[in-house]
Design a protein around this ligand. Structure first.
Ligand code: ADP
Ligand code: MG
Length: 297
């Protein structure tokens, strides 16, 4: 029963990772988080990427005096978490980053417990949120290790491209190594297909290959044993690329677009997965239900 492990209350802490850039990590953190908050799930987003794209997505710019995730890592107390968090939409909180986060790699290196600073901070803020989503940088440094040690589970956003399966295989191996060293309870629970092209043969074949691969893992004692393709895939939708320029989630920017309906449906299946043990719910990608992705470009 992977979803009844180490948790404070019923809070879910999810690390959103992929070592590739541009696959939809930040877009998924922002809009899945916004959709969960709209469903009444108290949600906190953590921007752990020094590029600070998640913060910019919500129009949060920080100055030298602002309290950010960098301060949270250096001083992981409830007070610092309270000082850093910003309510960006009703019920949706953000702990922002600024580019000084890049220095955290070296600043943390000499500190005791450097891999568990975020875990300590989230423990100090236990009970405040029902879900925490962490937007990770596309590298496996101390920041991502903090995310993986604080998390209960991992979601992997990806595009159904050539060599996608190879990339996922590598990523899972890496997570496996981190699990065995810093967080044995961590589970990879879902793959989110982003910028999905429902009509292309290549995308369909890649999805089939991924499903076959995941089915093959069901009998193995690995952290991704119960990983599933989360439904629905997120179709390519230009509104999702536009909304960050306005500092808004897709629901504030255009609640009627396909990007908004896809992320709403994704939040529903994530919430359903959290309510049920992984082995009892099989969420299948139904390509016919999501026809009509916009063409590339
Ligand atoms: P990452 O965080 O993995 O680097 P992003 O979430 O920033 O990836 O996405 C990369 C780019 O693709 C961004 O410009 C984003 O706005 C755009 N994008 C993400 N998802 C979609 C989508 N479903 N449809 C269209 N554009 C998207
Ligand atoms: Mg990003």
């Amino acid at each position: 029963m992977p979803y009844t492990r180490r948790m404070s209350g019923d809070r879910r802490v999810v690390a959103i990772i992929n070592q590739k850039g541009g696959v939809g990590k930040t877009t998924t953190t922002a809009n899945l988080g916004a959709a969960l908050a709209r469903a009444g799930i108290r949600t906190c987003l953590i921007d752990l990427d020094p590029q600070a794209h998640l913060s910019l997505h919500f129009g949060v710019t920080t100055s030298g005096d602002s309290t950010t995730v960098y301060d949270v890592l250096l001083d992981p107390t409830g007070d610092t978490v309270e000082a850093a968090m910003v309510e960006v939409e009703p019920g949706l909180f953000l702990i922002p980053a600024e580019t000084d986060l890049a220095a955290a790699e070296t600043d943390l290196a000499s500190l005791p417990d450097r891999q568990n600073r975020l875990t300590t901070a989230l423990a100090a803020a236990a009970g405040r949120w029902d879900a925490v989503l962490i937007d990770c940088p596309p590298s496996l440094g101390i920041l991502t290790i903090n995310a993986l040690s604080a998390a209960d589970e991992v979601f992997v956003p990806m595009q159904a491209h050539f060599l996608a399966l190879q990339g996922v295989g590598k990523l899972l191996e890496t997570v496996g190594l981190v699990c065995s060293s810093v967080n044995p309870a961590l589970r990879v629970s879902g793959i989110v297909l982003c910028m999905h092209e429902t009509q292309t043969t290549l995308a369909r074949e890649v999805v089939e290959d991924l499903e076959t691969f995941l089915e093959g893992c069901r009998s193995q004692d690995v952290p991704w044993q119960h990983c599933r393709m989360l439904a629905p895939p997120i179709r390519r939708n230009i509104k999702l690329a536009e909304s960050p320029s306005f500092g808004q989630s897709i629901f504030m920017y255009d609640p009627t677009c396909r990007g908004a309906s896809d992320y709403t449906a994704l939040a529903e299946s994530v919430a359903a997965m959290w309510r049920s043990p992984a082995t009892e719910v099989e969420v299948k990608v139904d390509a016919s239900a999501t026809e009509g992705a916009e063409p590339i470009g």
